[in-house]
Ligand binder design. Structure first.
Ligand code: CMC
Length: 428
C-alpha cells in the first residue's frame, strides 16, 4: 500500500486516506471515499485546493513559473513548433509524424467554410453585439448542422474536432465583419491557419489584404501560448459540461462563455482599457498602483496576478519580447506600451505586489500586439478563445476517453433556512 494521510474527525473516528503522487511529484489526498465512509464532505470555495481530475495534458509549477504541454516546456514549443502541431500534441498526446501532421493540417484547411445557412445567423445579431456572444452562439448553433452524425463516438469527436478548429477563425472573422458592416470574406485554403484568419478579418472584396508573414507567425505564437493551461475556469467548464454527455459544440460554446469574464480571458480587453484610462489621465502610473492597493477600491491592476503563478508567468516573458519586436517592425510607437512597461516596473518594486507575488500574466502584453495588428479591443478575448480551443478539445477528449468517468456534480453545505413555513401570498 502506498502513503496514506490520517484524518481525525471530531467524533473521535480517524480514517486513512490514500495519497497519490503525479509524475511531477505533486501530491494529493484522495478523498473519493470520504463521504461514504464518514458522512463528511470537504469544502473549498474557488477550488484553490481541489484537484478535479488526473490529467496528462499540461503541467504548471506556479511557484517556479513552469508550463509544459505534454511534458515539453512552453519555451521549446514556442520556438520550434506551430499552432496546429501544438494542437495535435495537446489533443492526441504526442507530436505527430510528418504524415499525421500533413493529414491533420489538410483536414482542417478543407473544413474552414461555414454552412451557407449558418451565415444567416449573423443577421439576427445587433451590429454592436459583443463578439464573444456571437462566437459562443454560432458555435452552439453548429451543433444543429451536425446533429445526426454516423460513426463511433471517437469518429464523431474526430470529425467535429476538425470542424471546430477549422471553422472557429471563420466564425470569429465574420463576427468582426458584421460589427464593421463589411461583407464576409470566405476562407482561402491556400493560406496557413493564422494567415487565413488575418486575411478574412481585413480583406475586402474590392481589396485583398496583404498579410505580413511575420504577423501571421506572431499570431501563431500567441495562439500556442494560449493553447492550454490545465484546469482553468473555461477548461473546467468544458470538462463539466462534457461530463453530462452533451455534444462537443455545446461544450466549447460553454467554454467560450466562461472565458469571456474579465477575471479570465476578458482580462486582455480590460488591460488595454486600463492602459488607455491611465494614458487619458496623464499617464500617472503611480496613482493607479496606489489605487490598486486600496482595500476600499474595486480597481485591480488588470493583467497582474494569477491563481496559479506566484512567479513570472512564463507566457508573459515570451510575449513581452515579441511585443517590442512587433512594434519595431511595424514602426508603431504605442504610448500604451510605455505605460505598460512603467506599470510593470513600478509594481515589481512595490512591496504590496512583491509580498502578494503578483506578477504580470499572459494578458498584460498580448493586447498591445493585437492592437498593433489592427484587432479591435472587443475582439481580444476572441483571440484568446481561438488559441485555447485545442486545450478545450484535448480536455473534452481526455474526459470522454477515461474509463469510469462520471457526471461532475459537486456538493455543498446548505446554509439556508430550516423548516421554513409557507405563508400564503395574502398574508405576506
Ligand atoms: N491588483 C491588485 N491586487 C490584486 C490583484 C491585482 N491584479 N490580484 C490580486 N490582488 C490582491 C487581492 O486584492 C488580494 O488581496 P488581499 O489578500 O489583501 O485580499 C490578494 O491579491 C489575492 O487575490 P485573490 O483575488 O484572492 O487571488 P486569486 O488567486 O483568487 O486571483 C486573479 C487571481 C487572476 C483573479 C487576480 O489576480 C486578478 O483579479 N487579476 C486581475 C485580472 C487578470 O489579470 N486576470 C487574468 C488572469 S491570467 C489569464 C487567465 O488564465 O485567464
Amino acid at each position: 500500500m502506498g502513503d496514506t494521510a490520517e484524518l481525525k474527525l471530531p467524533e473521535g473516528q480517524s480514517i486513512q486516506l490514500p495519497v497519490i503522487t503525479g509524475t511531477e511529484k505533486e501530491r494529493a489526498i484522495d478523498i473519493a471515499k470520504l463521504r461514504t465512509q464518514t458522512g463528511y464532505i470537504t469544502i473549498d470555495p474557488g477550488f484553490g485546493n481541489t484537484g478535479s481530475c488526473n490529467s496528462k495534458i499540461t503541467f504548471i509549477d506556479g511557484d517556479k513559473g513552469i508550463l509544459h504541454y505534454r511534458g515539453i516546456p512552453i519555451e521549446t514549443i514556442a520556438e520550434k513548433s506551430n499552432f496546429l502541431e501544438t494542437a495535435y500534441l495537446l489533443i492526441y498526446g504526442e507530436l505527430p509524424s510528418a504524415s499525421e501532421l500533413h493529414r491533420f493540417v489538410n483536414d482542417i484547411t478543407h473544413h474552414t467554410m461555414l454552412h451557407e445557412e449558418a451565415k444567416r445567423l449573423y443577421d439576427g445579431f445587433p451590429k454592436d453585439a459583443h463578439p464573444m456572444a456571437v462566437l459562443s452562439s454560432v458555435v452552439a448553433a453548429l451543433s444543429t448542422f451536425y446533429q445526426d452524425e454516423e460513426g463511433s463516438p471517437e469518429e464523431v469527436f474526430q470529425n467535429n474536432c476538425i470542424r471546430l478548429l477549422a471553422k472557429l477563425p471563420t466564425i470569429a472573422a465574420w463576427a468582426y465583419k458584421k460589427s464593421v458592416g463589411q461583407p464576409f470574406i470566405y476562407p482561402d485554403n491556400n493560406r496557413s491557419y493564422t494567415e487565413n484568419f488575418l486575411y478574412m478579418m481585413f480583406s475586402l472584396p474590392a481589396e485583398i489584404y496583404q498579410v505580413d508573414p511575420e504577423m501571421a507567425r506572431v499570431l501563431d505564437l500567441l495562439f500556442i501560448l494560449h493553447a492550454d493551461h490545465e484546469q482553468n475556469c473555461s477548461t473546467s467548464t468544458v470538462r463539466m459540461v462534457r461530463s453530462s454527455g452533451t455534444n462537443i459544440f455545446a461544450c466549447i460554446a460553454a467554454g467560450i462563455c466562461a472565458l469571456w469574464g474579465p477575471l479570465h480571458g476578458g482580462a486582455n480587453q480590460a488591460v488595454l482599457e486600463m492602459l488607455e484610462l491611465i494614458r487619458q489621465d496623464g499617464g500617472n502610473v503611480q496613482k493607479y498602483i496606489e489605487l490598486a492597493k486600496k482595500k476600499d477600491s474595486d480597481f485591480r491592476l488588470m493583467g497582474f496576478g494569477h491563481r496559479v503563478y506566484k512567479n513570472f508567468d512564463p507566457r508573459c516573458k515570451i510575449i513581452k519580447q515579441w511585443c517590442d519586436k512587433v512594434l519595431n517592425k511595424m514602426q508603431v510607437s504605442d504610448p500604451l506600451l510605455d505605460i505598460a512597461k512603467q506599470l510593470e516596473e513600478a509594481a515589481l518594486k512595490d512591496a504590496y505586489f512583491v509580498d502578494k507575488k503578483l506578477y504580470p500574466n499572459v494578458d498584460f502584453y498580448s493586447g498591445i500586439i493585437y492592437k498593433a495588428m489592427g484587432i479591435p479591443v472587443e475582439a481580444f478575448t476572441v483571440m484568446f478563445a481561438l488559441g485555447r480551443l485545442p486545450g478545450w478539445l484535448a480536455h473534452a477528449k481526455e474526459f470522454s476517453d477515461e474509463e469510469g468517468n462520471k457526471l461532475n456534480r459537486p456538493r455543498q453545505i446548505y446554509t439556508g433556512p430550516v423548516n421554513a413555513p409557507y405563508v400564503p401570498v395574502d398574508k405576506r
